[in-house]
Each structure stands twice: as C-alpha cells, then as structure tokens.
Design a binder for this molecule. Structure first.
Ligand code: SF4
Ligand code: SF4
Length: 194
C-alpha cells in the first residue's frame, strides 16, 4: 500500500478548502496565461497569477501562501473578468492569502499594506493605474529610492506597457465618485496597517 505523506494530505486538504470557500475548480485552469497578461500588478509578483494557479494544481500550497503574489494582489479582479474558463482567480488568490493568515504564515513583505494603500490612491488620482508614479511613491515612502533600479532596462524594453506619464482617461471624476462611495463603508480599508 502506498503511504501518503502528511504533507501531501495537508496540501490536498487546503486545496479542497480553497475550492470549498471559492466555489471554483482549480483543475479547470488550462494555463492560457490570460490572467497574467492582463494583471497590472504582476510586475511586482514573484509568481504571476497563472503560475500560482499551476502551483495549486500541483499541490504546492505552502509555496503559494508564502508568495509575494498572495501578499500583494489587490483584488482588482481583472484576471477574473478575463479568464476564458470563468475562474475567479482573484477570489482564489484572496482565499490563499486568508488561509495563509489563519495558518500563521509570516509575510516577508512588511510594507504590503503601504503598497495596497498607494495602489488605490494612485488609481483614485489618475483614474487607472500609473505604474511609474506608483513605483516612485512606493520607493520614496519605503526610504529606498533606488529599489528595483536593476529592473530599469527590462522596463524600458516594455515601453508600450509602461507609461512614464499618467494616462489620460475620460470619466476620471466617475472613478473618484466610486472611491467616495466605497469610503462610506466603515469596512473599507480595514487591514491597511499604516
Ligand atoms: S486565464 Fe484562467 S484558464 Fe487562463 S491561465 Fe488564468 S486562470 Fe488559467
Ligand atoms: S486581482 Fe490580483 S492577480 Fe488578478 S489582475 Fe488584479 S492584481 Fe492581478
């Protein structure tokens, strides 16, 4: 008889729990990568969303819980809205993060709350994400102005995706109105430590 290790059993239990809480089937993902290609935050992740999905399929739950992705995903839900299999990827990542909290997983990114807060402030201000100013404000607030400088050549190569000047969008006021509406909810922003 094959002896199933405790670790494998624990992983299977966690996968079942993630599926139970989200109502999603992780095995439905066929690795097309669309979630990652539409994720504005993946530049800061160590495991892009489709890789995180693959890790879950392989039972590497602990690694997924400890990933920067679980710590930094800001639930914008773009990935969920673009998945051809209608998988709610954002909900899965959020659940991985919640279970990590419950399991006492220590986050390596102490400034996660700062990043989330600055991200939302950035979207509110520009109407959509402006990566350059988000990076600049995050580095300045972290007192590490040269952080990620080594990525500059890579970023410059992706000029079409990385805009140095804020985007001009219509209905910026409408985005601001949505934020004002959200801020009326007493639970909004709960958990932002700083
Ligand atoms: S978009 Fe959906 S099917 Fe494609 S990799 Fe992401 S989760 Fe999987
Ligand atoms: S919900 Fe998270 S993973 Fe999905 S697109 Fe937004 S930031 Fe990326």
């Amino acid at each position: 008889m094959i002896k199933v290790s405790q670790k494998v059993t624990e992983s299977a239990g966690l996968i079942a729990e993630i599926e139970r809480r989200t109502g999603q089937r992780i095995s439905d993902c066929y690795q097309c990568g669309r979630c990652t290609s539409t994720c504005a935050g993946s530049f800061a992740f160590d495991r892009p969303p489709h890789v995180l999905m693959r890790m879950l399929q392989l039972g590497r739950v602990q690694e997924a819980m400890e990933s920067k992705t679980a710590q930094l995903c800001y639930d914008c839900m773009t990935c969920s809205s673009r998945c051809p299999m209608n998988i709610d990827v954002a909900f899965i990542i959020e659940t991985v993060s919640n279970i990590a909290h419950e399991q006492g997983v220590k986050y390596t990114i102490k400034s996660m709350d700062r990043f989330r807060k600055l991200f939302l402030h950035n979207v509110r201000r520009h109407g959509r994400l402006h990566e350059a100013s988000l990076l600049a404000s995050y580095n300045l607030r972290s007192l590490q102005p040269r952080n990620d400088f080594s990525l500059a050549p890579l970023i410059l190569k992706k000029k079409k995706k990385f805009h140095f000047f804020p985007p001009r969008i219509r209905d910026r006021a409408e985005v601001r109105r949505i934020f004002e509406e959200l801020e009326r909810d007493p639970d909004y922003g709960r958990g932002f430590g700083e």
